[in-house]
Write a protein that binds this ligand. Structure first.
Ligand code: ATP
Ligand code: MG
Length: 404
C-alpha cells in the first residue's frame, strides 16, 4: 500500500479482458503476455507494480501528473487483449478513506464536464465487496457514498440503469480501488500470443486494415511493400513507412522491407501477354513474400484482398495468385465491402494517410484490359517466356529494410 495515498490523482489502473477469460489451461500464458505488453507500453514513463486480481489485472503506480496519465490512457487504448480499463485511486480499505476518495473522485470527474452538461447529469455508485469482513455490505456502501455526493450536489439525480457518471468502488482486504471511468480497449488477443506473419502492405486503404485485423488476433507483423522506383516516386515508400508507424502503435517493432520490382516488371512487360501483366506481378510478389517470410521464420502471409474488388481479385485470379505459395495466406477482408473497410480504416487511424495520392507499384505498365480470369497452366506458359528463377533471385536482391 502506498504511504502517501492521493485522493484525486490517479494512482492505479484496472485492466479488464474478455476473451482471455474464456481460455482454459492456456489462460495464464495469454494473461502474462498481456501484462508484459502493458508494461512495455507504459514503462519507463510509469513506474508500475503489478497486483493480480482474479479475471483482471491491476497496476499501481507512483503519483503522476495529469499529462502522463493522459498519454498512458492513449497508449492503453491500443493494447490488444484489453476489453476495457479504468484509471483510478488505490487506497486503504477504511470507511472514512473510501467515502472521502469516492467523493473527491466523483468531484474530479464532474468538474471535467462542461458547465451546460453539469446541470442535468445523473450518477450511480457501484460497490463490489470481496472482503466479506468489511463491516458494511455493498448496498450499504453504495447508499453511504451516494448520500455524501448528494449532500454536496443536491441537484443531481441517481440513475441506477443509465447514469452519466458511474463511480466504481472495489473493496478488498488489502486495498480499495475507486474509479469513475470505464474506457474501451481494442479487444482481441495480446500481441505475441499468436505466431508472427509477413504482411503485403501497399499505400492503399485495404492492406493496413487487413494488418490491423490480423494483429488484433495476437499475431505480430513485419511488412513488405513493393515499389517501382523510378517509375513511381520514392515518396511511395515513405508513405508506407508512415502507415507502418501507425500500425506499430498497436504492436512493437514491426519491420518494413521494401522491394524494388521495376526491373522484373520490365521483363514481364517485354515478354508476356499484356492482359496477364497484373496477375503475373502478383504471382511474383507472392513468391518473393514467401521467400522473405521463410527467411524470417514467419509462417503466414497477410493481404488486403477482397473477393471481386478489382480484376486481380476475382475468385479465379485469387486462386492463381495463391497457387505459387505453400504458406498460409490470411485475407481478413475477403468478405468485406469497400465502405466497411473505409469505416474501419478511419477507426484504425490509417485512412488519412492512405488517401494521400501516390501511384502503386501494380499500376506501372498496367494493361488497359486486365484479364479477369486466368488458368494456371496459361500463366505458367507466360512465365516461361521469362526466366522465372532469375526474376525471383533478382527481385530478392532488391529488398531493403527501411527504418521506421
Ligand atoms: P486499395 O485497394 O485500397 O487501393 P490495396 O492495398 O488493397 O489498396 P489492391 O490493388 O487491392 O491494393 O491490392 C490487393 C492486395 O495486394 C493489397 O491489399 C496488398 O496486400 C497487396 N499489394 C498490392 N500492391 C502492393 C504493393 N505495392 N506492395 C505490397 N503489397 C501490395
Ligand atoms: Mg484493395
Amino acid at each position: 500500500m502506498p504511504d502517501n495515498i492521493p485522493t484525486t490523482t490517479c494512482s492505479a489502473v484496472l485492466c479488464r479482458y474478455d476473451e482471455i477469460a474464456l481460455k482454459g489451461g492456456n489462460r495464464m500464458r495469454f494473461e502474462n503476455q498481456l501484462i508484459a505488453n502493458i508494461k512495455k507500453v507504459l514503462t519507463p514513463a510509469v513506474n508500475l507494480h503489478l497486483i493480480r486480481v482474479r479475471g483482471r489485472i491491476l497496476f499501481r503506480f507512483d503519483e503522476l501528473p495529469e499529462p502522463t496519465i493522459t498519454a498512458a490512457v492513449a497508449k492503453l487504448k491500443k493494447v490488444f487483449g484489453l476489453a476495457s480499463f479504468s484509471p483510478g485511486c488505490l487506497i486503504e480499505s477504511s470507511l472514512e478513506m473510501i467515502e472521502q476518495t469516492a467523493l473527491s473522485h466523483f468531484q474530479h470527474t464532474y468538474s471535467q464536464l462542461s458547465t451546460t452538461d453539469r446541470g442535468s447529469i445523473s450518477f450511480r455508485i457501484r460497490v463490489r465487496r470481496s472482503d466479506k469482513q468489511f463491516p458494511f455490505s455493498s448496498n450499504d456502501m453504495e447508499i453511504k457514498i451516494a448520500d455524501q455526493i448528494l449532500k454536496n450536489y443536491p441537484n443531481l439525480n441517481v440513475n441506477l440503469r443509465n447514469a452519466d457518471i458511474t463511480t466504481g468502488v472495489e473493496i478488498r482486504k488489502e486495498w480499495t480501488f475507486v474509479f469513475s471511468e470505464k474506457i474501451q480497449g481494442p479487444g482481441g488477443l495480446p500481441s505475441g500470443s499468436n505466431n508472427g506473419a509477413l504482411a503485403l502492405l501497399s499505400g492503399g486503404i485495404d492492406s493496413p486494415v487487413a494488418c490491423y485485423m490480423v494483429m488484433k488476433r495476437g499475431c505480430p507483423l513485419h511488412f513488405l511493400t513493393f515499389h517501382s522506383y523510378p517509375y513511381i516516386p520514392g515518396e511511395s515508400v515513405d508513405k508506407v513507412a508512415r502507415i507502418v508507424n501507425v500500425l506499430n502503435s498497436y504492436q512493437l517493432n514491426g519491420r518494413l522491407y521494401a522491394c524494388n520490382l521495376a526491373e522484373s516488371q520490365k521483363v514481364i512487360r517485354d515478354n508476356c501477354t499484356a492482359k496477364f501483366r497484373t496477375i503475373l506481378y502478383r504471382r511474383l510478389m507472392m513468391k518473393i513474400a514467401t521467400n522473405l517470410a521463410e527467411s524470417l521464420n514467419l509462417n503466414a502471409i497477410v493481404t488486403g484482398e477482397s473477393i471481386g474488388q478489382v480484376a486481380s481479385q476475382t475468385m479465379a485470379n485469387l486462386n492463381s495468385i495463391n497457387h505459387v505459395t505453400d504458406l498460409l495466406v490470411l485475407r481478413p477482408l475477403v468478405g468485406m465491402d469497400k465502405v466497411e473497410i473505409i469505416e474501419k480504416a478511419k477507426r484504425v487511424g490509417t485512412y488519412t494517410l492512405s488517401q494521400e495520392n501516390c501511384p502503386d507499384s501494380c499500376t506501372v505498365f498496367a494493361p488497359n484490359r486486365p484479364a479477369t480470369t486466368s488458368q494456371i497452366t496459361r500463366l505458367e506458359q507466360e512465365e516461361s517466356k521469362t526466366n522465372p528463377q532469375d526474376l525471383l533471385t533478382g527481385s530478392m536482391a532488391n529488398i531493403k529494410q527501411i527504418s521506421v
